[in-house]
Write a new protein. Sequence first.
Length: 337
Amino acid sequence: MRAAVVTSFTTPLQVMDVPVPEPGPEDVLVRIETSGLCHTDIHAAHGDWPVRPTPPFVPGHEGVGRIERLGSAVTSRDVGQRVAIAWLGGACGRCRYCISGWETLCEEQTNSGYSVDGAFAEYAVVPAAFATPVPDEVTSLDAAPLTCAGVTTYKAIRVARVAPAESVAVFGIGGLGHLALQYAQIAGAFTIAVDVEDHKLDLARSLGADHVVNAAREDPAEAIQRLGGADVSVALAASSASFDQAFRSLRRGGRLVCVALPAGGTMQVPIFDTVLKGISVIGSIVGTRNDLADVFALHAAGRTEVVSLERKLDDVNESIDDVLAGRVPARIVFGLG
């Protein structure tokens, strides 16, 4: 099969022929139709984070396709069923996190395209229990970004406890940000879009953002404070400076939700302001299988819009360059079907 493989952290991905993976007894083999390009895939390919994957490996955790083969012990899925392969590639199911609804915190979890091979390939293997069914009403092109960008921002809005008529500032309008705006609006919030690219702010306006701020032209924290401050700021940009801006944009009692993981990033939080203003700082990492089912249900009902560009897997390195240069409005999705 054809796959995009990370052979080194310092060289481009190589699109090459590799063996089709074999499913274990509790796994399914999925013929991939679409696979989204997430910034996490770029971090993985460059070895940006303290815990690195081990080359050679296949990135990709926004995979959508149909099951071609079942493991010998699988009874919960069917051949031909369309499923999604998400970042959470597996969890133990026994620890305190798994049994309390926080499987994304499981210390024994596997991560698609990071600790196990992912979906930048014609075929991928995933545990049947973590192959989330995709409703017929959701196209494979849309389902791919929803599998990470969607479920990650949906979870971020949920953990922020966004209430109707609150103000939510979204820092970084791209694959994640354009969906975060929509989930905040579904929760009844007024939204403020922050980015450094005018074309992304135009996208935010088209999706119903109440205000937009170009952080390349003015301090977004000051601009948002002139609007009265944000109840919630969602930090989605892979820039440490944007986290500080997001914090400073909050009004009293506000919540900063940290989602992006800038390479080598650090965040300084002023203790005095945090305590006296009652600020909460919340870390939010992707979502559970139930969250992903909710994301698919909302999209099937017509509540969200996914903005994407479809490309071929052979264009993976050019696509990474485009993402890093800010030339992509929202999400790139590789068509493999």
